[in-house]
Unconditional design. Structure first.
Length: 313
């Protein structure tokens, strides 16, 4: 029987692992210190209601379900036939493992698809890149439109520029054939056949990503509603559209601390209190961690059993 560990993709080692660990500890210390320094403000101005946390939990599960559907639609174009329930488990486990010290969510996902569905790592990387571009460009489009409606004076600033860049990133998926030929031959062979299929999935995946953005924004709006700040839904869409980038480019496991202060910074740039935004995003983070760890731990056992069984076949 083959050794499962021997076929795993490489994981960060050496100084990168220590750098990630150091950044994670630093981010957690800063976040905890910030919340501790504002404990009196939270006690006096925030009403942490159970019904609000339950609603955020339902929305968190909704985003996982929509992410599962988006993955199913896109990877079906690469020949992966799996049920929505199977994808829900895989997406949840991927989110769960993103909170581990190695932020191994993508590695776990790629390994599972390789072992169970025989998807080559190169093809997986292409599909994951396409998914990333859909997420980034959809968030950029919605974020830019919402910013123009809610904060037209900020369109010419750094926030507006950031959304324009995000929107433009989606055009990489529609590069003409001459430019595709410039990529290395070993990738071009796969890209030549698979990119047209991935382009056909784009509209549906973008629509699902819009739903993910709306559900996540609603969760943040509910969290804000527990505080004294008057923050509407539109600002939450702007904050969430930009902060979702931290889930794609995490420098700490699960972007702990980074997402919270990014949302705080965006709130400050758009005229809101930084501390209210950090508190609200920490509330949604807390619910997310509880949901993902509860479901992810359960599903990880099931998926591990499938992988182990595949080595016995």
């Amino acid at each position: 029987m083959a050794d499962p560990v021997a076929t795993l993709p490489a994981v960060p080692t050496g100084w990168r692992r220590w750098l990630t660990a150091g950044l994670t500890i630093a981010a957690l210390i800063v976040l905890v210190a910030f919340l501790a320094g504002n404990h009196r403000y939270i006690a006096e101005n925030w009403a942490l209601r159970p019904d609000a946390f339950l609603a955020i939990a339902v929305l968190t599960i909704t985003t996982l379900a929509l992410r599962a559907l988006a993955n199913r639609v896109l990877f079906s174009r690469l020949g992966i036939i799996a049920s929505a329930g199977d994808w829900f488990q895989l997406v949840t486990v991927s989110s769960f493992t993103n909170y581990l010290p190695l932020s191994a969510g993508m590695l776990a996902k790629g390994f599972f698809l390789k072992r169970i569905h025989l998807l080559p790592y190169g093809t997986f990387a292409l599909g994951q890149l396409a998914l990333l571009l859909v997420i980034v460009s959809t968030n950029g489009a919605v974020g830019l439109a919402t910013l123009g409606l809610a904060f037209p004076d900020r369109l010419a600033g750094i926030v507006g520029a950031g959304f324009v860049v995000m929107l433009g990133a989606g055009m990489l998926m529609f590069l003409p054939e001459p430019l595709l030929r410039r990529i290395p031959d070993r990738f071009y062979a796969a890209a030549k056949d698979d990119v047209p299929q991935l382009r056909r999935a784009w509209p549906t995946v973008a629509l699902l990503q819009f739903g993910i953005l709306m559900a996540s924004s609603a969760g943040l709006a509910i969290a804000f509603d527990m505080g004294a700040a008057d923050v509407g839904f539109a600002p939450c869409v702007v904050f969430t559209a930009a902060s979702m980038l931290t889930r794609l480019f995490s420098i700490t496991p699960g972007a702990i601390g980074i997402r919270e202060f990014l949302i705080g910074g965006l709130a400050y740039l758009t005229g809101f209190e930084l501390r209210d935004a950090v508190i609200a995003s920490t509330a949604t983070r807390t619910v997310e961690v509880v949901v993902v760890f509860a479901l992810g731990g359960l599903f990880a056992r099931r998926l591990s059993s499938q992988v182990i069984s595949s080595y016995d076949d």
